[in-house]
Ligand binder design. Structure first.
Ligand code: ZN
Length: 110
């Protein structure tokens, strides 16, 4: 069994993977709560750790075309959301390099 190196976060409110409690991000990295994921409400974060990024793919969303990568928990491999590589609409550029995490897949670990 291999061991993966995981980072531990510190802060007032830490969000983790609901399945294995691996730390993912904190409330100080949250940009917006007003997003929709594949399974309901989702949050946009500036930084997420302890994830694996999938291959880029183009997706048409309500806000236009985007190139995104699915992101997976480094420990349990659950699909947690996606990362925006590129947004084609000027008004959506702020999402580039940011991460969507599905609310239902997050727990408070602290
Ligand atoms: Zn996990």
């Amino acid at each position: 069994m291999g061991m993966s190196y995981r980072r531990y976060l510190h802060g007032e409110r830490i969000y983790g993977c609901s399945k294995c409690r691996t730390h993912l991000t904190t409330i100080s990295f949250m940009i917006s709560r007003a997003f929709n994921g594949q399974h309901g409400r989702a949050y946009l974060f500036e930084t997420v750790v302890n994830i694996v990024e999938g291959e880029p793919s183009d997706r048409v969303m309500t806000t236009g075309n985007h190139t995104v990568r699915d992101i997976y928990c480094i420990k349990c491999n659950t699909t947690l959301g996606w990362k925006y590589d590129k947004a084609y609409e000027a008004s959506q550029k702020y999402k580039e390099g940011r991460f969507i995490l599905e609310r239902n897949l997050l727990i408070d670990v602290q």
